[in-house]
Design a protein around this ligand. Structure first.
Ligand SMILES: Cc1cc2nc3c(=O)[nH]c(=O)nc-3n(C[C@H](O)[C@H](O)[C@H](O)COP(=O)(O)OP(=O)(O)OC[C@H]3O[C@@H](n4cnc5c(N)ncnc54)[C@H](O)[C@@H]3O)c2cc1C
Ligand code: FES
Length: 257
């Protein structure tokens, strides 16, 4: 089966300022097995050579649909925001390795930590872990009240806590401060968000907790061929790992941030 497909745009709507929810329909949704994998979307109309990577936010197998949530960042995402339902986008994927759900055993609690636009891949994970009968706690961090999205959606499957940096909604501070403030107890953590947040999480928990983090790097091929997306792993040769191929999800102590 080819990994590229012209998928039908079912929906592309702004859900918070500059944040869009995109729903695509196609046969290759059947290949989407893990929360945390991503797709590479071609933005042909814009004439961009390189596809743009986006995490899979939700998989709806019966409808052969999946969802992406994206923030308008530059040329490609700006163009994407103008795409309407009924148009088609060429989607390459699913790609990469996602969050390992079996890492969480029966009766254990998962802590999901999402920072800003790093939140989307955790949604499918929350749904699945909840479905397996595990307790799920989600801590989401945003800059301000206007930027908050998916709090209600996560609350269907988990206990949700929100922090904003300016205190305009929820707890004032960052996600780690909120976790400390609430003294949250958990067995395995799963995180996705800005590098500074992931570094702080690694420093705080790598020695004492099991956990997984999803990284973002600028990407070219998306399939492990160009080495444009490597991150350091230290230790023995090879010293680097490809975020698109060995990742984007890594164990908490697997990479040097
Ligand atoms: C595995 C993976 C999953 C991702 N999932 C999502 C997602 O679910 N939702 C979402 O909104 N974004 C996601 N991103 C980031 C997204 O790919 C970029 O925002 C997008 O490629 C920007 O394209 P652009 O043409 O609009 O911006 P450009 O015009 O290419 O760049 C605009 C600005 O964005 C910065 N930028 C571009 N790409 C990245 C990147 N990969 N990481 C950090 N900074 C970048 C550039 O440095 C520049 O400052 C993901 C990236 C990766 C690698
Ligand atoms: S983007 Fe080419 S190796 Fe990762």
């Amino acid at each position: 089966m080819k990994l590229t497909e012209d998928m039908l745009v079912m929906k592309n709507e702004e859900i918070a300022p500059g944040i869009y929810e995109l729903v695509l329909k196609g046969e290759n949704v059947r290949l989407m097995k893990e929360a945390g994998q991503f797709v590479n979307i071609q933005l042909e109309g814009k004439g961009l050579v390189l596809r743009r990577p986006f995490s899979i936010c939700e998989i709806n197998l019966p409808e052969k649909e999946f969802k992406v949530i994206y923030r308008v960042q530059g040329e490609g995402t700006g163009y994407l925001a103008g795409i309407e339902a009924g148009e088609r986008l060429n989607v390459f994927g699913p790609l990469g390795r996602g969050f390992p759900e079996p890492a969480l055993k029966e009766g254990e609690t998962a802590l999901l930590i999402g920072g800003g636009i790093g939140t989307p891949p955790l949604y499918e994970l929350a749904r699945r872990l909840h479905g397996r009968g595990n307790k799920v706690i989600t801590v989401l961090g945003f800059q301000d009240k206007d930027g908050v999205f998916y709090e209600g959606e996560f609350s269907q499957f988990s206990e949700v806590h929100v922090a904003t940096m300016d205190g305009s909604y929820g707890y004032k501070g960052n996600v780690l401060e909120l976790i400390g403030h609430l003294q949250l107890d958990f067995d395995v953590l799963y995180a996705c968000g800005p590098m500074a947040m992931l570094k702080a999480i690694q420093e705080a928990y790598a020695k004492e907790k099991r956990g997984y983090i999803s990284l973002e790097e600028r990407m070219a091929c998306g399939i492990g061929a160009c080495y444009g997306c490597v991150c350091d792993k230290g230790g023995e040769l090879p010293y680097q790992k490809r975020v698109c191929k060995e990742g984007p999800v890594f164990a908490l102590n697997e990479v040097i941030l």
